[in-house]
Design a protein around this ligand. Structure first.
Ligand code: GCO
Length: 485
């Protein structure tokens, strides 16, 4: 049914008034200013400057130049009307050198941004680690070493002390799966190592780092601290749910993709099946007494990133093991202990990343977490899509992105209907930005960034999201479906 304006009046879904609408970025992906303000080097500077690691040799040296244009960006956020903004702090801006002397220029930079957000009525949701490990820590072993977790807790404490009056919610780690397995197993992310045992050590030290950081935040801030962690939990489906081999393949991915975090962080254990699955790789001797208790520090809210589900089966003759984890194919698989598993290519439609589009995965993820961990509030800390936007006369009509977003916000609504305690939704991403190994070739933003002039141009999806966050209801879709929005 269409009304006289040509819109479909149906399906205007209202969200609770307390529901938090936001958008997200990360330091290395947008800041630039890599050699300014006393910033030290990170593993992403080293990795991206290494020939052949990042598409087209792109680096984050300039990125979106947010380092100089942050005020313009904050004004755009205010125009968007979001209640919250998820950003990350670059660890090497605060502690540029191994002696861990706090860099006052780094502190001043983030204090200005955090204050600027608050002045505009936007709550800062701050991630402490979105992958830009100081290079001096990688030089002494990186996440393979326990010392890195201890350094992280000192950094977290310093952040609490200098930004505690301005931050709304603290997120310790962003997607530790990517840090451990893309960084140390498949090597498609910094530091680019392909060492399966090291990847499991890194995973454990990230879990430990989270727990130590939560402790530091709570000691420094007391009851004022709202703490979280953001996980990219893998929605993994057996190709044939009636086939025991397919189900076993899905279970293996669930263990190394999800349980390796949920177990220690939310239950204080590594499941016995995970230890069994990986026993050919490690004996887990790096787990020390008390570590699991530390990792199990508890979170006030669990951040969930979702883009696309995976379908797996037992590996068929001739097929490559594992999948790329969605971030570019390396010569090695990130799926340590899962050599028997094969990922099936997603059916169309696909985004520019080659990822499938299936909003039901988001509903399933949120409802299953809600059932498994009752009483734990959830927040979607990332969701969005890259498409090959084509600017036309200075505008970007990104109908595919609008359709993707609309359907996924609806999927969050369905999880709420099913009783999941979902508190908010952060769209990835506010700006087009440095998409890791893909450099600037993939655009996730609702604001286009022209990388020659650094001009910002809000896309149609920006206007669409603006309407959503300002009304709290999903705007009606144009007749003919979301694609024509
Ligand atoms: C991640 C990161 C983001 C990415 C986004 C799209 O999830 O990998 O948090 O930095 O840019 O997810 O890949």
């Amino acid at each position: 049914m269409t009304d006289t304006t040509g819109t479909t009046p149906a399906s205007s879904r209202a969200f609770p008034t307390s529901f938090l609408w936001g958008t997200a970025t990360a330091s290395y992906q947008i800041e630039g200013g890599a050699h300014e303000g006393g910033r030290g080097r990170s593993i992403w500077d080293d990795f991206s400057e290494t020939p052949g690691r990042v598409l087209n040799g792109d680096t984050g040296a300039v990125a979106c130049d947010h380092y100089h244009r942050w005020e313009e960006d904050l004004d755009l956020l205010a125009d968007l009307g979001v209640g919250a903004y998820r950003l990350s702090i670059a660890w090497p801006r605060l502690f540029p050198t191994a002696d861990e002397v706090l860099n006052p220029q780094g502190v001043a930079f983030y204090r200005e941004i955090l204050t600027g957000l608050r002045c505009r009525g936007i709550a800062p949701v701050v991630t402490l680690y979105h992958w830009d490990l100081p290079s001096y820590l990688e030089a002494s072993g990186g996440w393979a070493e326990r010392a890195t977790a201890l350094a992280f807790s000192r950094y977290a404490r310093a952040c609490a002390e200098v930004f505690g009056d301005l931050v709304d919610t603290w997120t310790t780690l962003n997607e530790p799966w990517c840090s451990a397995f893309l960084g140390y197993a498949s090597g498609v992310h910094a530091p680019g190592r392909c060492e399966p045992e090291t990847a499991l050590r890194a995973a454990h030290h990230l879990n430990l780092a989270h727990g130590l950081a939560v402790r530091a935040l709570r000691e420094a801030l007391g009851a004022r601290a709202t703490v979280s962690v953001t996980l990219n939990l893998h929605v993994v489906r057996p190709a044939d749910p009636a086939d025991a081999d397919c189900v076993a393949a899905a279970d293996a991915i669930d263990l190394v993709g999800n349980e390796i975090w949920l177990g220690p962080l939310l239950r204080g254990e590594y499941p016995a099946e995970l230890l069994r699955l990986t026993r050919g790789v490690t004996d887990w001797g790096f787990v020390q007494d008390g570590d699991l208790e530390t990792a199990h520090a508890g979170v006030d809210v669990l951040g969930v990133n979702y883009y696309s589900p995976n379908t797996v089966r037992r590996r068929q003759e001739g097929a490559a093991p594992g999948g790329s984890g969605g971030h570019g194919a390396g010569s090695a698989s990130p799926w340590v202990g899962c050599d028997d598993v094969e990922f099936l290519p997603p059916p169309p439609p696909l985004t520019a990343m080659g990822w499938g589009v299936d909003p039901s995965g988001l509903t399933d993820l949120l409802t299953s977490l809600a059932q498994r961990y009752p009483g734990l509030p959830l927040i979607v800390t990332e969701n969005g899509a890259a498409y090959d936007d084509v600017p036309v006369a200075g505008r970007v009509h990104d109908a595919h992105r609008v359709a993707y977003l609309r359907d996924h916000v609806e999927a969050v609504g369905r999880a709420l209907d099913a009783g999941a305690d979902v508190r908010g939704y952060f769209l990835w991403s506010f700006l087009d930005n440095f998409e890791w190994a893909y450099g600037y070739s993939k655009r996730f933003g609702i604001v286009r960034v022209d990388y020659d002039t650094l001009t910002r141009t809000p896309k149609d999806s920006f206007a669409w999201y603006r309407q959503l966050v300002r009304s709290g209801s999903l705007p009606p879709v144009q007749a003919g479906g979301a694609e024509s929005a």
